[in-house]
Design a protein around this ligand. Sequence first.
Ligand SMILES: [Zn+2]
Length: 255
Amino acid sequence: MPLLIHQFAIGSDNLGILIHDQSTGRTASIDAGEEAPILQAVKETGWTLTDLFITHHHGDHIAALQPLKERFGARVVAPAADAHRIPAIDVAVREGDEVQLGETGFTIFETPGHTSGHIAYYSAEAKVVFAGDTLFSMGCGRLFEGTPHEMWTSLSKLARLPDETLLYCGHEYTLSNASFALRYDAGNAALQKRAQAVEALRAKGEFTIPSTIGLEKATNPFLRAAELDLARAVGLAGHPAVEVFAALRDAKNKG
Ligand SMILES: [Zn+2]
């Protein structure tokens, strides 16, 4: 039976996600940023929270971890590399580990860059990846604890997933990401089309997430750092993709 996914807003731009394994009823919250909206989502869906799948240690992803664990007795899955700064971990995971939510399997990818311990949860059978703050639609996370090389490697890992893989992430930043992308990749027809679609979605108050890996490969400037157009846009034609990526990330930091 398919995995059901319920997405909702947390605060101004965080995205909350509940995933529900229909065969067993097990339900995970991807991250635990704020208790009230997650409780509201649990109530609306009628699901019972059994698991917390944590991507990284930032407060807007774990602030509600302990209250939710206490309330539901939920199992906490989180990166082993963050065991010193994420409380109450039950299952500490590393690259390549497999985690089950009932009958739905997930593979763990270590994706350092935004933070050193960041992980993503990928289900081949459900064709979905929960990428936290590593890969956004048309953007990527800031490099708080990693080098451009680490983040480029992490993004490249996600880009190798099948094109049809649904991409869920930690923030609804897509509209501002689109305007940045258009400044550096103006001739990209797929990007122009996606930017228009995103504007229309946001005008209606709808989420732009999920995206897909295929759509991101076609439109996300940070995944397109190996393309000559992007290298030219930052004055680095002929340079390695990781240098182009670093220049794009710097430009994004400066707004
Ligand atoms: Zn973060």
